[in-house]
Ligand binder design. Sequence first.
Ligand code: NAP
Length: 290
Amino acid sequence: MGLGTMYTGKTKNLGIIGYPVAHSLSPAMQSAAIVDAGLDYRYIAMPVHPDALASAVEGLKALNFRGFNVTIPHKVNLIPLLDDIDEDAKMIGAVNTVLIEAGKLIGYNTDSSGFIRSLRKNAFEPEGKSAVILGAGGAARAVLWGLIASGMKSLTIGVRDCKKAQPLISIFGKFIRIKALYWDDPEFSEALQTADLLVNSTPLGMSPNTDAEPPVDWTLIRQEAFVSDLIYTPAETAFLRAAKKNKNRCMNGEGMLVEQGAEALERWTGRKVRPEIMARALRDSLRCRA
Ligand code: NAP
């Protein structure tokens, strides 16, 4: 079945809720994978105002949706409306995927596993390694939990405000050696020197402010370290350019975005899908926007 062909009474519905949601790349990625796998599903973008979240979710249930993705500003506020929540999503404190099973809403977070899948596809195995994460926002939380669950040995978070990172340290400190340090702290420089993995989870360098980058002293970074930027617009940030110049292997945020989507679709449909098809649709959409 191709895009634009007939949907039947048996077609199952999927989608994404957010506010705004028109910018989301998920409809393009998901629709491409659905068509590629020959699935009788469709995926649409649904703007849901925060005041209407509860009634919108009831509506999706009543309309027999199979599931939906959740984006800003609903990733945390949706949690009290769920019937059940997966352990990973609970630890991260945010939900990006909901499965509707026998009228019950079950919340998941596939950002975390999506990041780990993208790391492994780049032949980086977190077990027993040390990482430095720049930034302590929502994306950092998913990345940190993914790394902890994958057996990372130690984590250091570089921030401009240590107080804001304290809740993360309290929660994740039960599972791993983890510290939040100011970027200009000498102890932070030591962590950079021994890091096997360096991740930018700040928006520094994201379009349109492409000249910005986190203040990393690249002379401290080992050439063997793997470098990841969660940003995917532009495809190569100033941070990743610096990593390449330092001869580090690296990846941008495209893999995480694609893999979180692939995992959500697999959960809804019970079928394996091809992330490379989603990646191609993502790049096409970004090219059209540019
Ligand atoms: P967020 O919750 O707003 O967190 C941003 C973090 O960066 C905070 O710790 C913030 O510190 C810090 N930060 C922001 N501006 C800074 C600056 N000028 N100097 C120093 N630190 C700064 O955002 P998020 O949702 O975590 O998203 C972060 C990035 O990840 C974005 O670029 C987003 O596009 C990307 N992302 C990618 C994916 C993917 O699938 N590839 C998924 C999610 C997010 P303060 O708290 O002090 O402001």
